[in-house]
Design a protein around this ligand. Structure first.
Ligand SMILES: [Zn+2]
Length: 186
């Protein structure tokens, strides 16, 4: 999927298609409401999820992105559960970072019950760093890309109660956030 990846302010990334909705969609809604552009990147299609399947989950994810008014939602095909922090995975993420040039990245929790989350958090951090190296050459949609390193990465909190360093008040957006979560009916 290469749908309209354009310059945004914030790129929210999750290893599973519902990570973003569950963990940081209130923050995203608040930023979109304030006029910022936010794009979404799912690293896998969540094919190991107990219910539903990858096709259903993709439809749900796209519906939620629409309700959120996200600038785009892109899905990579890293293997749910078995993805690795290696050159291929890093390059796939770099392509989307360079295509969308975000200043801020939202990423998986650094420590969590589901082992994919911490692994993805490190992978995203690494991709953000390497994306800034000009000698790593990439192209996307037939266009050669230039280096881009986001200014900051914020890790959202998932299942474990980690001590937050930054809290965003999303009380005005709670109702809408629940609507987004419910679009993942599988
Ligand atoms: Zn997850």
């Amino acid at each position: 999927m290469v749908e309209n990846i354009n310059k945004i302010d914030v790129l929210a990334i999750g290893i599973h298609p519902d990570d973003i909705e569950l963990a940081c969609s209130g923050t995203i809604l608040k930023h979109i409401d304030a006029g910022y552009k936010v794009g979404l990147l799912d690293l896998s299609r969540g094919e190991l999820g107990t219910r539903g399947n990858a096709t259903i989950r993709t439809q749900e994810a796209m519906l939620s992105a629409k309700l959120m008014n996200a600038s785009f939602r892109h899905q990579l095909n890293l293997k749910d559960g078995f993805f690795e922090n290696n050159e291929d995975s890093i390059i796939e993420i770099i392509k989307i970072i360079r295509a969308s040039k975000p200043r801020i990245i939202l990423a998986n929790a650094i420590e969590d019950r589901h082992p994919d989350h911490a692994r993805a958090s490190k992978l995203i951090q690494d991709a953000c760093f390497y994306s800034g190296l000009i000698k790593i050459q990439t192209s996307f949609g037939g266009i050669e890309q230039s280096a881009w390193r986001p200014q900051s990465i914020y890790h959202y909190i998932q299942d474990y109660h980690l001590k937050p360093e930054l809290i965003v008040d999303i009380s005005k957006f709670m109702e809408k956030k629940m609507e987004l979560i419910l679009s993942f009916s599988s």
